[in-house]
Design a protein around this ligand. Structure first.
Ligand SMILES: [Zn+2]
Length: 98
């Protein structure tokens, strides 16, 4: 009986710890996404994953060698790269308001 209680307590602690880590993780991811620029028209392609990104995409920061620059999303598509869904690389640009 005592051992069973200990197991339940252990699982509860584990779940609580996972919840805290998950919260910290999602917070840091959301923070990363604030750095994605939609005002820039150029894209950076990651040769290793075959995807292209908006400048500032957190996935691009993992790109080997920093990636290859394209002046537009369509230029990257023509080279055979696919759009990253996380930074909506194929989506429309939002020019800075003057
Ligand atoms: Zn991306």
């Amino acid at each position: 009986m005592k051992g069973k209680k200990l197991t339940i307590f252990g699982i509860a602690v584990l779940v609580a710890a996972l919840a805290v880590f998950y919260q910290l993780y999602t917070d840091s991811v959301n923070e990363d996404f604030k750095n994605i620029s939609r005002t820039e028209t150029y894209r950076m392609a990651d040769h290793y994953t075959g995807q292209y990104h908006r400048p500032g995409c957190p996935k691009l920061q993992q790109a080997y060698g920093g990636g290859k620059r394209f002046e537009s999303a369509s230029a990257a598509e023509q080279e055979g790269y696919s759009a990253c869904k996380r930074c909506d690389a194929a989506g429309p640009d939002e020019p800075e308001e003057s």
